[in-house]
Write a protein that binds this ligand. Structure first.
Ligand SMILES: [Zn+2]
Length: 311
């Protein structure tokens, strides 16, 4: 923050006094800040990175120089000094500034170990993402079953290339299940720290991440008792809801949600189901009000005054 304020203050002075930018030198006694200013802003955490971007856009990196702590007048007041010595550095500026650049403190080439606020690059677990991911793009599919079948055919093709005995004919249930599991695992990578984030659901991992819940002793199927946990924002979650919605013949939100939860648990699923049902074209057609036509004018015979025939 000190460097950020110094940068803005220097910019104000620079604009007002029309100083040449090459004559501006900014000093910092923090090796960490200087390391940030000489690094890529994208490699820093957001708070620091945003400020470093502004500083780097305003000043060249060689504008910044290192000043040892004992020569830094800014430290005098913040650390406290006797009144008798306040006239030395604080009031009259450090002595090296009165001379030429040859009197300036030498630049320290020492790079501090473990610079804080540097983003830690997380390793990519590519073992969970086979190369089919680049071939099959789930966002281009609007049908969950079709996505699974296409993926299953891709897996079969890859296996046939590797194996001596090739498989032909219709897809086997285990092939489709394998493709389903692949996309579930792919979607669950978005769950992040699922143990902590969804701890109220008591999740556990058995091939895929499932909801623990309280139905362990229920006679229902394993999928019903422990539905698969899917992230709300992922496209796969939308596909499984659409599939459940088609399965219940475009019934309402609650029925669709109930069908989805027989196998999948999507946090904030009701909102997502409502959104998908609202956007469903078939439902819109089914629930649309009949078109009202504009009636023609009444004929004059119906509007004339007449006497009743019985009188
Ligand atoms: Zn519908």
């Amino acid at each position: 923050m000190a460097a950020f304020l110094a940068s803005r203050l220097a910019k104000t002075v620079y604009d007002k006094f029309k100083i040449k930018s090459s004559e501006v030198i900014l000093w910092s006694d923090s090796m960490i800040v200087l390391a940030w200013l000489h690094s890529q802003s994208t490699s820093l955490q957001l708070f620091v990175g945003v400020r470093v971007v502004e500083i780097q856009a305003t000043w060249e990196s060689d504008t910044w120089r290192y000043v040892p702590t004992d020569l830094n007048p800014a430290d005098d007041l913040s650390r406290g000094i006797p009144v008798t010595t306040i006239n030395k550095c604080w009031m009259n500026s450090p002595s090296f500034l009165k001379g030429g650049s040859e009197m300036w403190p030498s630049e320290s080439n020492e790079i501090p170990p473990n610079v804080p606020e540097i983003k830690v690059t997380k390793p990519m677990f590519t073992w969970r993402r086979p190369s089919t991911n680049t071939i099959v793009d789930p966002s281009r599919f609007s049908n969950w079953r079709k996505l699974c079948r296409v993926t299953a055919y891709c897996f079969r093709f890859v296996n046939n290339v590797k194996a001596s005995k090739r498989v032909h004919g219709v897809l086997l249930p285990e092939e489709i299940e394998s493709a389903e599991r692949y996309w579930i695992l792919s979607a669950q990578e978005q769950l992040g720290d699922w143990k902590e984030r969804y701890k109220e659901l008591a999740p556990f991992e058995k091939e895929v991440i499932r909801v623990g819940g309280r139905l362990k002793h229920s006679p229902l199927s394993y999928d019903n008792n422990h539905p698969v946990l899917l992230p709300t924002e992922h496209h796969i979650s939308k596909l499984v809801i659409k599939d459940a919605h088609n399965l219940v013949r475009h019934a309402g939100c609650e029925r669709t949600l109930c069908e989805t939860r027989r196998k999948f648990w999507i946090p904030s699923g009701r909102n997502l189901v409502q959104k998908i049902v609202r956007e469903c074209v078939t439902c819109r057609k089914l629930h649309q009000y009949p078109y009202k036509t504009l009636m023609a004018d009444l004929p004059p015979e119906r509007l004339k005054v007449f006497s009743p025939p019985s009188q």
